[in-house]
Design a protein around this ligand. Sequence first.
Ligand code: SDX
Length: 429
Amino acid sequence: MSSSPAELHYNGQVYPLPLLVGTENEPAVDISKLRDDTGLVTLDIGYKNTGATKSAITFIDGDAGILSYRGYPIEQLAANSSFMEVSYLLLYGELPTMSQLETFNHSITHRTLVHENIKKFLDAYPASTHPMGVLMSTIASLSSFYPNSLIANRPMADMDRTYHRLIAKMATIAAWTYKKSLGHPYMYPNNKLDYVSNFLQMMFGHRTEDYIADPVVVDALNKLLILHADHEQNCSASTVRMVGSSHANIYAAVAAGVGALWGPLHGGANQAVIEMLEQIRADGGQVSKFVAKAKDKNDPFRLMGFGHRVYKNFDPRARIIKEACDQVLNKLGVNDPVLDIAKQLETTALQDDYFIERKLYPNVDFYSGIIYRAIGIPTDMFTVMFALGRLPGWIAQWKEMRELNEPIGRPRQVYVGHPRRDYLPITKR
Ligand code: SDX
């Protein structure tokens, strides 16, 4: 996996820097020994050029618009797999056999109940609370109900139950957060249903009648959750790894990941996209006016759902979701005017030099909200849906980092503050 070293010429010396070449031939310079050998640190604000780890989970080629989980192309997984099967793949590295998947499903299905005291947390929040705040705090509080999770160096072999517990309970917590916001009674999990159908009945079911999830919606939600399941070292996954690297418990690490995902530059963009499309619609639908605003440096407006740190081509997930939009809305008989606005926005932006020069394309968040809305999920729950999908990826990243016994994450800096100075008593300032 390595070829001849790169060289750093500094202070009259030549320092060899080992080169690594990844599975898909992506080259990297290993600077692990840089400070010991040269006294230098690197500066890379936002880690735009810096790899934090060697990972075997997800591969992205941003220039070619390629995404794969454990080597399987996202297009094939989205078309043929299920969210539970992809969760197994991300966690354990291989597609499950029938019996492995049955065991995995059984383990998750029978962990969907949450402690009744969780209701007291949910009831304590005002109805206007953003669901991501509820999700973040409730996931962190799960560690209170499972004290063994606080054992810092538990054998990794004992962790499967915790992984499955998190995947199972996040769906229940997400659905109960929604029910709480409506003032509706909570729906309990139904162990006879698959993961997605069970989530939908907890979200949209009522105690007074049977709820059968529409197969079109089940299929669309499986696809969306698969597409969100992992994305290598994105902001929230890096957060989960960073918190996990201090050997804090996995609930705390995942709760931190929920917090990072909440931001509108990251997972919060799916909510911001719909709000932007509604703003354009309310303003008369003049797409070109908003494209001009997005280009104006003096205007804070950005085209939400556009651009990506890694993809400098179409985000393959956006392509798949855009296609699914038309299919799902047609099958459900939903006509959403913001879909037309989104398509006009995409066409206009992709013909504009500003976006072409900066290689700004629609990302995963640009169309996803249109499907969530068509299946009845409210806008402020969109990022919760992103978290539900991303959870197996966060767990896989945490698991890989801990199994490789990686050191605590602790970046360096360049200090640009005051030089050393002596304290002055207040009477002399
Ligand atoms: C996700 O990392 C991941 O993998 C994330 C994710 C995942 O699955 O985990 O893919 C999920 O977070 C997708 C991204 C969702 N966010 C948005 O849609 C918010 C809108 N997009 C941007 O704010 C932005 O594109 C980012 C945050 C996504 C990426 O920002 P970068 O890489 O830091 O790039 P940048 O802000 O430095 O932008 C480069 C240039 C700038 O112009 P110049 O200074 O060169 O003149 O492009 C411009 C930016 O102003 N630009 C935009 C723009 N995005 C970038 N201009 C207008 N509208 C935009 N959306």
